[in-house]
Design a protein around this ligand. Structure first.
Ligand code: ZN
Length: 445
């Protein structure tokens, strides 16, 4: 079905246009241009007025852990290992199939309400083998969000047993689920994700890289999040730092997306850029957990592709990529005392098209051939005013002042999922009831 979306302004090619429209055919963008011209050209298209709304691409959350939404507010303001033990490790083994499902529905619904149309979920609750992955795929389908599972490969046995698999099991499971979804389902994609240098052995990391090459995908891995993790790895790997270790394993190339990258030397950032590697940057999480500050100007200078992630909702504790745009810019300016080290256009691209590039999906831009994933933002919200005739405030307002109340509509893959600020695919009351019930069950044990 052809649909002609006619908002107040359309953001395309780095600029806002008035009296523009977007023609979609089912799940894809067919044309972007002057509304009058498109209306004449396609008289049979269904008119869809998005009055007083600015049409921008849906945001891409490049790093999340959906089950952690259920652990929000637990063990806050503690050192990293204490937080990990009291929040993640204390609860992970208790999760039933239903808890995994409800946690994912909760996380995905909340982030969609905040304008996330694609999420890359770094998922490691593997108590039920690939059935765990199938459960969060079902949740994503029920919510209507586009899901990339960074399917975790984890063989450090000091963690909750549900995380742990042997290299052979992890490889078989990633392959099995990739075979079922990749290239067959537009809304789901599976990529390998050896957890980190502390939770995945060198063999596991190399197996993850091999799988990425084999399936033509990227792979994700947590790198240099905490300073002590780099020091620990140095002891185990003959004085090498995190990216140097990955290099010695032969896995630093364009398939690599490092998550965090806080404690990297200049030479490691240069290597990441030269090999066309990527960064999943999670500024709020880095602040929340007192990790430190990733050197974003150096990443930009070395042409590292940077996407933005909320990380799990128990280390943020919000679930919005617009929030991460603001945090990324403000944190970097404060850190460098340079107001121009990163700008609102940079961070907006990170939260949209760069996420699409990192995930190799046609998302994050309003252009012909891209997916019909949109967010409609009202200018009739106080947080979005003022707007002068030049429209120069629109993008800075979206990045720096917008509140979630300004997000009125969300469309994913050509389907409306949020309207008048309410989720259409799930009922908020039902999601909240399920969250309350699950928490009672998790705490009763
Ligand atoms: Zn993470």
């Amino acid at each position: 079905m052809k649909r002609l979306i006619m908002p107040q302004f359309v953001y395309t090619g780095g600029t806002f246009f008035k009296e523009y429209a977007v023609l979609t055919e089912d799940d894809r963008i067919e044309e972007v241009g002057p509304a009058g011209t498109l209306k004449t050209q396609y008289p049979d298209a269904v008119d869809d007025y998005w009055e007083n709304l600015i049409l921008v691409p849906g945001t891409v959350n490049i790093h999340n852990h959906c089950f952690q939404s259920l652990l929000r507010g637990i063990a806050c303001d503690r050192p990293f290992l204490e937080w990990r033990d009291k929040a993640l490790y204390a609860y992970s083994n208790k999760f039933t199939r239903d808890h995994i499902y409800q946690g994912a529905v909760f996380a995905f619904s909340e982030m969609m309400r905040h304008g996330v149309t694609t999420v890359c979920d770094f998922f490691y609750l593997h108590h039920f083998g690939v059935e765990s992955d199938e459960i969060i795929i079902q949740a994503a389908k029920d919510v209507g969000i586009r899901l990339v599972i960074a399917r975790t490969m984890y063989d450090w046995t000091g963690a909750p047993k549900g995380y742990v698999e042997t290299v052979a099991q992890a490889v078989d499971n990633v392959r099995a689920i990739q075979k079922k979804y990749n290239g067959k389902d537009d809304m789901v994609r599976i990529i390998p994700a050896p957890h980190s240098l502390h939770a995945a052995s060198p063999e596991m990391i190399q197996a993850g890289h091999e799988l990425a090459k084999e399936a033509g995908t990227g792979f994700h891995i947590h790198i240099a999040e905490e300073k002590f993790q780099v020091e620990d790895a140095k002891k185990r790997f003959g004085g090498l730092t995190h990216l140097e270790i990955l290099d010695s394993l032969g896995v630093v190339d364009e398939t690599l997306t490092i998550v965090h990258g806080v404690w990297l030397k200049k030479s490691e950032i240069e290597m990441l850029g030269a090999r066309k590697g990527n960064l999943a940057y999670c500024p709020s999480s880095n602040m929340f957990l007192a990790d430190g500050i990733t050197d974003l100007p150096a990443m930009l200078k070395n042409h590292v592709t940077i996407g933005l992630g909320s990380d799990g909702a128990c280390s943020n504790n919000r679930n919005s990529v617009f929030e991460e745009m603001r945090m990324a810019a403000l944190l970097q300016k404060a850190n460098t005392c340079d107001a121009m080290c990163v700008n609102y256009m940079d961070v907006f691209s990170m939260g949209t098209e760069n996420g699409g590039r990192i995930l190799s999906l046609p998302i994050g831009k309003i252009e012909k051939g891209y997916k019909a994933d949109f967010v409609g933002i009202t200018t009739e919200d106080m947080s979005m005013q003022p707007v002068s005739a030049s429209l120069e405030q629109l993008l800075p307002n979206i990045v720096y002042s917008m509140q979630p109340s300004a997000i009125r509509k969300v469309m994913v893959n050509g389907k409306l999922t949020v309207n008048y600020g309410k989720n259409l695919t799930v009922t908020e009351e039902e999601v909240l009831d399920a969250v309350k019930r699950v928490m009672r069950e998790l705490e009763a044990e």
